[in-house]
Design a protein around this ligand. Structure first.
Ligand SMILES: [Zn+2]
Length: 187
């Protein structure tokens, strides 16, 4: 049976976003409140899937294996603290590569859906950028939620944000997850 998923952007959602990219573990600042929030809903019916754009790889600033190792370490921290991550996808491409996986394209969500038997119609995308919301929309998820952590506060003020004005915004990941799991979510 297909299961619903919560797709999570990584930078600005689980760890702090950096304008100049995360190029090593020293650049990583984990949001402890996000890690804790993921632990609190680990027994839910949803699969938890990270979908992250890592263009520094495509831009030649970071080796793919290093990007993967940073990502694995983030996943490991969530798991060590009791959270569940069922899948993690990286788009290593630069915008110039015009790939299908770089958000706002839905490639990572579609791949995850195929590999994990996910019901996209019942799934949720959570991110701090308009490109996350757009990727969720293009993948056909039920809800896209915007966080004001990371780039969120800044992105919400962009003129393009007007197209996403009906999207619910939350202070951070705990508040968004709380909204989902406190039964306010109408399917
Ligand atoms: Zn890509």
């Amino acid at each position: 049976m297909k299961r619903p998923a919560i797709f999570l952007d990584r930078d600005g959602v689980i760890i702090e976003n950096r304008a100049d990219y995360i190029l090593s573990w020293d650049d990583v600042e984990v949001f402890d409140f996000s890690v804790q929030a993921l632990a609190n809903c680990a027994d839910s019916e949803y699969l938890f899937v990270i979908v992250t754009n890592q263009s520094p790889v495509g831009r030649g600033l970071l080796a793919l294996e290093d990007a993967q190792s940073i990502n694995n370490r983030v996943v490991q921290i969530v798991r060590e603290n009791g959270g569940r991550i069922d899948g993690a996808y990286i788009c290593p491409h630069a915008p110039i590569d015009a790939c299908d996986c770089r958000k706002p394209n839905p490639g990572m969500l579609l791949q995850a859906a195929a590999e994990h038997d996910i019901d996209l119609n019942q799934s949720i995308m959570i991110g701090d950028a308009l490109s996350d919301l757009e990727a969720g929309k293009r993948a056909g998820v039920a809800h896209c939620l915007m966080l004001l952590t990371g780039r969120g506060a800044e992105q919400a003020k962009l003129p393009e944000a007007e197209s996403y004005k009906d999207v619910l915004k939350f202070k951070n990941l705990p508040e968004a997850l709380n909204w989902i799991f406190s039964g306010k979510l109408s399917k």
